[in-house]
Design a binder for this molecule. Structure first.
Ligand code: SER
Length: 446
């Protein structure tokens, strides 16, 4: 198989779909526009919801993008497995009431298997369709020529795409066989198996409904196409590497972190986790700041703060003294220069935001970690399995430990945290702050 760099694959994808009449648009910001159902953009189609529903006119009926995405539901797992990342790019081709299943499937196949493009051996690819989607099944079988035993039918869990409210529908996914060495060895191992052998990497969604997020679906006047392929995943397959952190551009960022920490990747599993956490988080935070997010205790700002502070803690675990994250930002900018020159244009600003947040946390992280350590010991000595709410509150209030970070560190020590106790103290504090603000208002200090 040909080996392509991540930046090269992005360019190939976008130009391929230009040859199919698509308008190439730059990635939208990570901050959603007029979409209260989303904190951050998490898929290529998310910024285009109104084009799908028909509320707004798209600039063209065929559009292609490579979209910056952030997914945060499983931050605690980032680093532990080599497959997860909070930041990734999603390649997509979209049809707004123009082409439908036939073209979407034919073009996906052409891009992947034609020697003029990616040139993957078709024997390594397996499509899946939604349970009763005979139309898609027939296209894969009769038109593309895939043998029936290589086409899988999966249920709603796998082959029906929806995210919050908005456009959604059944989908057809493409899986890549990475070979037996990645498999679980079970006789029934096949696409859909939980092991690492068959990697799903392109999702062709046949968007025909508008979902209300509660299980209600209205048929859209014009069916649409929304495809999404993880750029890092594609690069991982093409480069024949094990995971996203070994993909060329990401590996270069991880290398800079390793140099900073003076450790080598692949020698110590615990250190590898920290290297991956920092690498992933510095990518997501660099892009978040570039798009205008600043650290705070709420919403997107909290996601950013949490990521930066989690990365800072893992720096400590690697033995890095002092602040270091801002020094990695230029590497992120350099590796992404061809598509995102704005990272370089705003480099000073991004580094400043990172450095300020890091310094703020650095002032208290060491004492906070020591205190947390004694709190954990005391809790265990007392025979309890939950860190008291007051402790969690103190760590957040005095030492700037985001509650999620405390929860994660407690969990590493086998403890839970008193969530309700913490929430109650936080609510009380907010009430006090509101009262204080109101009193200032009375004095005319608004
Ligand atoms: N919206 C689908 C996904 O995120 C395809 O783009 O997988």
């Amino acid at each position: 198989m040909k080996n392509f760099g991540l930046n090269e694959l992005r360019e190939m994808y976008l130009s391929f779909f230009e040859t199919k009449g698509h308008l190439r648009l730059p990635s939208f910001s990570l901050i959603p526009r007029n979409d209260p159902s989303l904190l951050l953009i998490n898929a290529g189609m998310s910024p285009m919801k109104t084009w799908f529903t028909g509320e707004e006119e798209p600039p063209r009926r065929r559009v292609t993008t490579c979209q910056k995405c952030i997914r945060t539901p499983d931050i605690e797992n980032i680093g532990k497995t080599a497959r997860h990342g909070t930041y990734f790019e999603m390649l997509g081709n979209f049809s707004f009431g123009d082409y439908f299943k036939r073209e979407a499937i034919h073009w996906a196949w052409e891009f992947l298997t034609s020697p003029d493009w990616v040139g993957i051996d078709p024997d390594r690819l397996y499509p899946s369709v939604y349970l009763d989607d005979d139309e898609a099944w027939n296209i894969w079988h009769n038109e593309i020529g895939i043998a029936p035993e290589r086409i899988f039918r999966f249920g709603k869990e796998d082959n029906f795409w929806e995210h919050g409210s908005g456009p959604c529908g059944p989908c057809s996914e493409i899986h890549f066989d990475r070979g037996e060495k990645y498999g679980c060895g079970k006789p029934d191992c096949k696409p859909g198996c939980d092991c690492d052998r068959f990697m799903e990497f392109w999702n062709l969604v046949f968007t025909q409904f508008d979902g209300d997020g509660k299980g209600g679906y209205t048929r859209l006047a014009n069916p649409n196409i929304d495809t999404g392929m993880g750029l890092e995943r594609l690069a991982c397959l093409m480069q024949g590497v094990d995971n996203l952190f070994e993909v060329d551009t990401v590996r270069n960022i991880m290398l800079a972190v390793s140099e900073k920490a003076n450790v080598k990747y692949g020698e110590d599993e615990k250190k590898d986790i920290s290297l991956r956490v920092i690498t992933d988080h510095i990518r997501s935070t660099t892009f978040l700041i570039c798009d205008g997010v600043v650290p705070s205790n709420e919403g997107r700002g909290y996601v950013l703060r949490r990521l930066l502070r989690r990365a800072a803690r893992h720096g400590r675990l690697l033995g890095i003294k002092g602040t270091f994250l801002a020094d990695i930002v230029p590497v992120v900018a350099r590796e992404n220069f061809s598509e995102y020159p704005e990272l370089t244009e705003k480099l000073d600003y991004i580094q400043k935001v990172v450095a300020i947040e890091e310094e703020r946390f650095a002032a208290t992280i060491d004492s906070g970690l020591d205190i947390l350590d004694s709190m954990i010991k005391e809790t265990k000595t007392a025979g309890a399995d939950t860190l008291p709410g007051e402790d969690v509150f103190k760590l957040s209030d005095t030492f700037g430990f985001p509650v999620d970070l405390t929860r994660e560190i407690a969990l590493e020590a086998g403890l839970g945290i008193d969530e309700a106790g913490f929430e109650a103290l936080l609510a009380e504090q907010k009430k006090r702050a509101r009262a204080a603000r109101a009193a200032m208002g009375d004095l005319g200090w608004t």
